[in-house]
Design a protein around this ligand. Structure first.
Ligand SMILES: [Zn+2]
Length: 126
């Protein structure tokens, strides 16, 4: 289940920016051709965020359709899944977009004011 590693990366990417401030919502953009299964990602998110500032945060998953171009007839088509098949019958489709995987936005529980001010704390305790 590669969603676990991917979700872990997402969570680490977020906490590297937000530190220990509690997060209310994380929105990710997962292209339809990325091979990531949203339900699996949600499941992993709950596991991975336990005990972190992201615990209990909502995970919103946007799934933009991909776009491809048929190498045989040149037509551009919308790609909703990994079946790359043009109307002309050719499966020789060049993928233009749809494999993206990115954090689209993060919503904090307490809105972030000015940047800086508080120095980054290495971790609580000694
Ligand atoms: Zn075609």
């Amino acid at each position: 289940m590669h969603e676990l590693a991917i979700t872990q990366n997402v969570v680490e990417a977020v906490t590297s920016r937000t530190g220990s401030a509690p997060v209310a919502e994380v929105r990710v953009r997962v292209g339809r051709l990325s091979g990531v299964v949203p339900d699996a990602m949600r499941f992993c998110f709950d596991l991975v965020t336990a005990g972190t500032p992201l615990e209990g945060a909502d995970l919103e998953i946007e799934q933009p359709a991909g776009r491809g171009r048929c190498r045989r007839c040149g037509v551009e088509l919308e790609l909703l899944d990994l079946v790359l098949l043009c109307g002309c019958g050719s499966a020789d489709v060049e993928v233009l977009t749809g494999r993206e995987l990115a954090v689209a936005s993060v919503q904090m529980v307490v809105p972030v004011q000015e940047p800086a001010q508080e120095p980054v704390q290495p971790a609580e305790g000694r």
